[in-house]
Design a protein around this ligand. Structure first.
Ligand SMILES: Nc1ncnc2c1ncn2[C@@H]1O[C@H](COP(=O)(O)OP(=O)(O)OP(=O)(O)O)[C@@H](O)[C@H]1O
Ligand SMILES: [Mg+2]
Length: 220
């Protein structure tokens, strides 16, 4: 992996068949056994030491393929690229999201990937390792606090929380609409929006966290 490319190999196939994908930025956050030094040998050795699927029927269903990882230098003793913490990922993705929002653009993060890939961890994280959403919301209110004093500007922050599941749109902050399917419409100048979706005014991150908890209960 490099800062902008990720290369994957299918275990057991020659390295020539590896595929390289290019992105705006790539982050490495595999947590290895602390007793094992992080080298290409340790990672690829661990992957290749996985039992061969001699009897596919004996495997659990939908077992994900574990990719091997190609390292930039190709040397077996190369250290892995530096580990990306939640802070590193936030600095790269979250902060620029706020920069653009304060410049007046609509911004969005689309978390996409196989189950267990780390979407929820990256977006929400844990209490000790907060993800992009809590960090971005906290920084949002920090910036508002600074700007409202510096430029004597009033800010209003509104929160909506919706779920699209089985092609149905549900308002998670208004349980009374639980059974209904909200309509997605297009405004001629503002673009797509969800009709009748509730918007709740918040003044600090704690308010948003409480609304997310409420919404998650409706979604569950
Ligand atoms: N960067 C990371 N560092 C440490 N643990 C991680 C990291 N990314 C994911 N995990 C852990 O891996 C597990 C799966 O991650 P997560 O729940 O975020 O996957 P997901 O992509 O949201 O899956 P699903 O599609 O099923 O919701 C979780 O236990 C999570 O804590
Ligand atoms: Mg998830």
């Amino acid at each position: 992996m490099t800062k902008t490319t990720a290369t994957i190999n299918r275990p057991g196939t020659p390295r020539e068949e590896s595929k390289t994908f290019t992105y705006d930025s790539c982050h490495w956050s595999i947590v290895a056994d602390p007793a094992t030094p992080l080298t290409s040998t340790s990672i690829e050795g661990a992957v290749n030491a996985a039992p061969a699927p001699t009897d596919p029927a004996a495997l659990p269903p939908l077992l994900p393929t574990i990719p091997t990882v190609s390292l930039p230098s190709g040397s077996s003793s190369s250290p892995l690229p530096s580990f990306s913490s939640q802070t590193d990922v936030y600095k790269d993705i979250g902060s620029s999201l706020l920069d653009h929002a304060f410049q007046g653009y609509n911004t969005c993060i689309f978390a996409y990937g196989q189950t267990g890939a780390g979407k929820s961890y990256t977006m929400m994280g844990s209490k000790d390792e907060k993800g992009i959403i809590p960090r971005a919301c906290e920084e949002l209110f920090d910036r508002i606090g600074t700007l409202s004093v510096a430029s004597n500007t009033a800010f209003t922050v509104e929160v909506s929380y919706l779920e699209i599941y089985n092609e149905r749109v549900r308002d998670l902050l208004n349980p009374s609409t639980k059974a209904t399917n909200l309509r997605v419409r297009e405004h001629p100048s503002l673009g797509p929006y969800v009709e009748d979706l509730s918007k709740l005014i918040v003044s600090e991150y704690k308010d948003i966290a409480a609304l997310m908890d409420e919404g998650n209960k409706v979604s569950a």
